[in-house]
Design a protein around this ligand. Structure first.
Ligand SMILES: [Zn+2]
Ligand SMILES: [Zn+2]
Length: 138
């Protein structure tokens, strides 16, 4: 690991790799329909970083514009989801925690978009839940 690197990241096949030089600003689960489709899963777990702190060090991930102002990146070889970037979060990149190697210490602090949470997902972590995004409810 290079000097100053706190986390490394890699996709399922290892073609896309990243080095991260800061701790995340936040970690949270998202239950929105777009994340459910993008991951083919019940919800997505993200760690939000300053975009400048994340350096892709191998093959560049591909980007897909999933909605206006939103870019989702994925591995061009294995298709694993890598990140989310939205104009609502300027200067941030949200990495899927599954992309980050050794993410056990990245503990989420909440669930957003629970109004579209799958009814069979039973949350027992006692974390705060938000119907939408906290900032939408101000
Ligand atoms: Zn891959
Ligand atoms: Zn989402």
């Amino acid at each position: 690991m290079s000097e100053g690197v706190i986390h490394t990241a890699s996709c399922l096949c290892g073609a896309v790799k990243a080095e991260i030089v800061t701790s995340p600003k936040w970690v949270a689960h998202c239950h929105c329909p777009s994340c459910q489709k993008a991951t083919s899963a019940a919800f997505a777990t993200y760690a939000g970083f300053d975009a400048a702190a994340v350096n892709f060090t191998a093959e560049a991930p591909k980007a897909y514009k999933s909605s206006p102002g939103v870019k989702r990146r994925f591995c061009p070889k294995c298709g694993s989801p890598v990140s989310f970037e939205g104009e609502t979060w300027p200067g941030e990149i949200h990495l899927h925690t599954g992309f980050i190697d050794e993410a056990d210490d990245l503990e989420p602090t909440g669930h957003v978009y629970t109004r579209t949470q799958k009814p069979w997902v039973k949350l027992a972590d006692k974390l705060p839940t938000f119907e939408k995004f906290p900032r939408d409810e101000e």
